[in-house]
Write a new protein. Sequence first.
Length: 536
Amino acid sequence: MSHWDDLRAHAKAHENRRILDLFDADPNRAQDFAIEADGLLFDYSKTSIDATARDMLLALAESANVAGRREAMFSGQKINETEGRAVLHTALRNLDGSVFVDGRDVMPGVRDTLARMEAFSNDIRSGRFRGQGGAITDVVNIGIGGSDLGPAMASIALAPYADRPRVHFVSNVDGAHVHDVLAPLNPETTLVIVASKTFTTIETMTNARTARDWMARRVADPGAQFAAVSTALDRTAEFGIAPERVFGFEDWVGGRYSMWGPVGLALMIAIGPDRFREFLAGGAAMDAHFRSAPFGQNMPVMLALVGIWHNQVLGHATRAVLPYEQRLSRLPAYLQQLEMESNGKRVAMDGSDLAVHSGPVVWGEPGTNGQHAFYQLIHQGTRVIPCEFLVGREGHEPDLAHHHRLLVANCLAQAEALMRGRSLEEARRIMAAKGLTGDELERQARHRVFPGNRPSTVLFYPRLTPFVLGQIIALYEHRVFVEGVILGINSFDQWGVELGKELAVALEPILAGRESAESKDGSTRRLVAWARGEAI
Ligand SMILES: O=P(O)(O)OC[C@H]1O[C@](O)(CO)[C@@H](O)[C@@H]1O
């Protein structure tokens, strides 16, 4: 039997067992099914994983050679096989030593670019770098996907550490986005960062040109207030951005893994280089843990194995990420790209069809807001949705500690309610206490039953500092990596985004009326006609 068969057989044999009963069977479960590392606590005791399932999952990870692939990644081997690239975002935060790619040590370049970013950020923050109307008041990062989601998410997450200038993000090609962001800004004191790994992404280049036109209407030399972040230095030059304001990186940094380097420039400007280094240090601390902790005590490995248990073994197709931290409001969106672009694949590394499902649908919203929106379905819907809660022991508002207590209480209460549920007998008692009897009591009670036995995990952190955010993001990166290795897929390419891009390029001239829609299918032809306001 394969490891997958073992796991499925074990899950089947215990499908009617309640998670709550596992705590009776093992009084140490809360400690045994949790990992503490560098101030973080990951509690997965409220899942149906028992000691046997955990052993089987660990055996699965061993047999997939997670350890070997992990070292191949850290040492710069070309594990992104379909693109022939190394995967070295970890080199952007482990700044000492050497890492070789094609016989060349990449670390001097990493350190040099970081130093240039720091000098530039300091110049902007101190007012030494001036726009054509004075010190820079606003920075606009134009990018999309990996060139947007990381710094945009982190700028909100680390708002308590940010001072002037203000940072803004434009990603969508919808003109409303660039319009609404730029409208209140003064072009004379705005710096635009064009962030694009390839410097060809149509949304980003369209927004960048619009921003340049906007600036040109008010300043003599718009290019002087543009900076660029890219691997394509020929294209940044062609766009007219002076080399001293171009921050390059190499193709061994994947877009969705890139916020640790130049793509983090807007974040660095917002929080300052020292705080940015703390963020890097948090990522490096998680790297050290990932490389050294035994798998059973290894947070990214166990987070991945919990994910595999829920998705590939039990068949739960989605997972909810529920940060009880308003400032992590963009974390679910960030993780959607990180996890779904990485592990949403249909073939294994060798091109064969996957034998199991690929990564799950990831979605979520901050608590407590979600409780008043979609938690109804999580508690009483017919599908099981594993939930991943994140919460800090402290907030940044000491005078509002009572808010924070309520926040934590809600988070822990949801995890408890999901596991415990409410039986029909309990519901009947509640209805009887309200004075109901007979058929009406019975009918009403059934609506108040919570099946319970719904799995969740809690990631507890001390406080959302730059260091802690670095730990959390690196934790999820390595989780995605481990899941990808176990599934046998390449987590570092994204061919699935290509087809839509090609078709959009082909449709633009059709919408503009320069080309005919004849070659298109009936639905697309009709929609094009509708878009063009033609009679259909
Ligand atoms: O940084 P770029 O090259 O503009 O790409 C933006 C994003 O587009 C994608 O290629 C997907 O279309 C992502 O992988 C990437 O993060």
